[in-house]
Design a protein around this ligand. Structure first.
Ligand code: ADP
Length: 518
């Protein structure tokens, strides 16, 4: 779920689909990932009259590090930020800006099954809202609706009575809907638009989620091995258009007020009821797993169900699940799949295409098609040539690129290049060390070194590091016998080869005897 719950990935995934379906994905404010999109952002700020943007650190939460500006110089291009067009005309209640926290339960990703809880929270800013100007942009209690920020304002009013859920700076979602209905707005229409936004957001990552699910749980035909409660932050503007601001994959379930407790307790307990988490099910599952393992051990074969039987089994399980969910949904309402859900297929297909291009699976497929047919298949939209990528992926000299490969479209934006960079672990350098053995940080050392090395007292580890290295690199025959044994044994232990108990005893003796180390 990081694919939508981190601000930069959300911008990347929704941005891609917004390019393909500008009218359907207009619920996400225009967003730039800095420093990659600095050029675009600059031209946006120059082209508009009063262009306020909100700058958010790439992976933070609770309003930390957020500021509003209209000057490009205020944005540090050395740091990673997500910059978003600031919505200057939010809907106000009691002259205060607010946002909605909507709880969304995903009970399956393949196929998608999405539920929305009828209740949630409305979080209010604590200072009366004014259009952003140089005088007020620094007032976070006016422009941000985060509870973590506003609770520190002396104006903040906590709701003390869960029965009066329309009081204070944190109210129930139901009370806000009721308020809007009393004002004469079409609440069902608003809910439909919010549901639509949620489905479209999840469509953008469905292919990826489903791929990972299938590779982790290939034998799970119920498709019900995991679930997730997401917190969607939604803001509505003066015309009652909803916008997704953020998706939280670990929405806060801490409870500071009785109203908080009432709502969050419902959200959690009804989710557990809906996904049918029970002790009996757990026992049943492990019993079945044990039987299968036993069978496999006895017969030496992995039993595979024929394709048709598998499909039948999946359908039966889905039907069972539908019936169960109808009776146990509590405050949750199913939003996907329902009637006419096929209209979302085009978004999932587009997301699948983009994802395949990103991972390179499309190139492999083109190769396969090409190998079968003598005429190369040509994708309809020629854009960039493969030569643009020759630097990152060296081609062998005598292997010629096929026509189809040359013109295949590749995601090439700078965001793509940056997001696809692997994360490099800080302490995994092998220069001057044995491969995979890290002494610099305790946490890493525990992971990487075999357990038996932990025999060493903490202070000795650093002291012996260069020595072991020298011992192993030099010719052991030129050493006295006791040194040779130590070098061999240490090498065994460090590369993870199981050492004999005699060797371990020898090591213990050596390290007790500090003279050796000196
Ligand atoms: P965080 O994860 O730090 O809470 P958010 O993206 O949720 O970051 O933004 C924090 C608050 O800033 C939101 O609750 C909302 O009030 C305000 N905000 C965020 N983006 C916008 C925007 N594009 N336009 C107007 N207000 C916004």
């Amino acid at each position: 779920m990081y694919l939508i719950s981190r601000k930069n990935y959300l911008a990347f995934n929704l941005g891609k689909l917004k390019k393909l379906f500008p009218n359907s994905y207009n619920f996400f404010p225009r967003t730039w990932v800095v420093p990659c999109d600095m050029g675009d952002l600059k031209s946006f700020l120059l082209s508009k009259k009063n262009p306020y943007v909100i700058v958010k650190p790439e992976a933070s939460c609770q309003g930390r590090g957020i500021y509003i500006t209209k000057k490009i110089d205020d944005i540090n291009s050395d740091e990673r930020h997500v910059v978003q067009e600031y919505l200057t005309k939010p809907y106000l209640i009691d002259d205060l800006k607010f946002d909605l926290r909507i709880y969304v339960l995903i009970t399956s990703c393949d196929p998608l099954r999405i539920f929305v809880h009828e209740d949630g929270l409305t979080r209010f800013a604590t200072e009366e809202y004014e259009k952003p100007s140089s005088n007020n942009v620094e007032d976070m209690c006016m422009h941000l609706t985060n509870y973590a920020i506003n609770k520190n304002n002396p104006n903040f009013v906590q709701n003390e009575d869960p029965e009066c859920d329309d009081v204070g700076h944190k109210r129930s979602l139901i009370s806000t809907y009721e308020y809007l209905q009393e004002e004469g707005y079409d609440i069902n229409g608003l809910k439909e638009r919010i549901d639509d936004m949620i489905i479209k957001t999840l469509c953008s990552v469905q292919p990826n989620l489903s791929h990972h699910y299938r590779s982790c749980q290939p034998e799970d035909y119920s498709r019900a091995m995991c679930f997730e409660v997401l917190g969607f932050d939604v803001i509505i503007d003066k015309k009652l258009n909803p916008y997704v601001l953020e998706v939280n994959h670990t929405p806060s379930f801490s409870t500071d007020s009785p109203l908080d407790r009432k709502i969050k307790k419902r959200v959690i307990s009804e989710a557990l009821e809906l996904v049918n988490v029970t002790l009996q099910n757990r026992k049943k599952y492990y019993k079945k797993l044990k039987e299968e393992v036993l069978k496999r051990t006895m017969t030496g074969k992995l039993e595979r169900i024929p394709k048709e039987e598998k499909q039948e089994l999946i359908e039966t399980l889905q039907k069972k699940r539908n019936n169960y969910e109808k009776k146990h949904c509590g405050g949750y309402r199913k939003i996907y799949p329902i009637e006419n859900y096929e209209k979302y297929n085009k978004y999932i297909e587009a997301a699948d295409n983009l994802w395949q291009e990103w991972t390179g699976a499309k190139i492999l497929r083109t190769r396969k098609i090409e190998a079968k047919s003598p005429v190369p298949s040509v994708p309809p939209r020629p854009t960039r040539t493969m030569s643009n990528f020759s630097r990152s992926k060296p081609q062998s000299a005598n292997k010629k690129l096929s026509e189809a490969e040359k013109i295949i479209e590749r995601p090439s934006s700078s965001i793509f290049e940056r997001l696809s960079q692997p994360t490099i672990r800080k302490f995994r350098s092998t220069a001057g060390y044995l491969p995979g053995v890290v002494y610099d940080e305790k946490k890493d050392m525990k992971k990487d070194t075999p357990n038996s090395v932990n025999l060493l007292p903490e202070c000795d580890k650093i002291a012996i590091k260069p020595r072991i290295y020298n011992e192993i690199n030099c010719l052991p025959t030129s050493k006295p016998l006791s040194h040779r044994n130590t070098a061999y044994t240490l090498k065994d232990l460090l590369i993870g080869r199981p050492a004999s108990s005699a060797k371990i005893k020898h090591m213990e003796f050596v390290f007790r005897n500090k003279q050796y180390l000196a």
